[in-house]
Design a protein around this ligand. Sequence first.
Ligand code: G3H
Ligand code: 13P
Ligand code: ZN
Length: 309
Amino acid sequence: MALVTSEKMFEKALHADYAIGAFNVNNMEIIQGIVDAAEEENAQIILQVSAGARKYAKPAYLRKLVEAAIEDTGIDVCLHLDHGDSFELCKDCIDNGFTSVMIDGSKLPFEENIALTKQVVEYAHSKGVVVEAELGKLAGIEDAVNVDARDASFTVPSEAKEFVERTGVDSLAVAIGTSHGAYKFKGTPYLDFERLKEIHALIPDVPLVLHGASTVIPEFVQECNKYGGNIPGAQGVPEEMLTEAAKYGVCKINIDTDLRLAMTAKIRQVLSEHPEEFDPRKYLGPGRDAIKDMVKHKIHDVLKSSNTK
Ligand code: G3H
Ligand code: 13P
Ligand code: ZN
């Protein structure tokens, strides 16, 4: 019944075959859909806020909405900054109630990523906040099918070990084949399990994180497109592969796009079937229900984190 860090969540998940769902939040309906699903599934949960989400909703609103969600449901929530790109942004979140921050130095050279991550870790730990960092670059649209591109961008296991030892970071996001957004890579979906197992063997006590873990479920893309959208039929990593990844040290799995697609498909459907409707509650309510159904599916069928509370 509080804001908590992910420390205890990951401790349990690391030695089990499930992962904690980390879902992106931008407004009240999304927060309510996610926490109601977590409550019904009796699951541990991470709510994450990107810099864009903070700008859209304003920090105080999101913080108060998350506090309200905890009060309303009685569940524990880890409030996490997603893709923090500077020490200043991480510090601001740490100083304003976040229990976890990500410092994303993955685009920086190795030594610079280490220096920036270390700076955030020192400040965060002095305030009882945990830190996620990232090493390697997620696959671009064309990358994952090309072996050279994979080797150039995916996380190098020996570097992962050196990185966590030198930074003292609490969890590490790795690049093994997932990619962000609805425009996933072309070709057969692919996860480099050999690389993941090697990383996990070298740093068995470090919780690993997968970003870009939406599957871009065709049913929802088609539903959006039916009402005039033009989202390409891209494929994300199949859900079975995510379930498998949870067995090799992956403790946190990030999902945003699948929630966006589910909510948008439902809102488009309602407005198309009821063009006379103009009460926002009449379409945002069903949108919230669609988020809840999707999160329950992810928790129960994919992440296997039901009844982990
Ligand atoms: O990985 C990024 C998340 O999906 C957040 O996206 O920056 O559009 O809020 P955003
Ligand atoms: P998706 O775009 O695949 O949902 O990934 C979300 C994410 O990684 C947030 O950090
Ligand atoms: Zn991400």
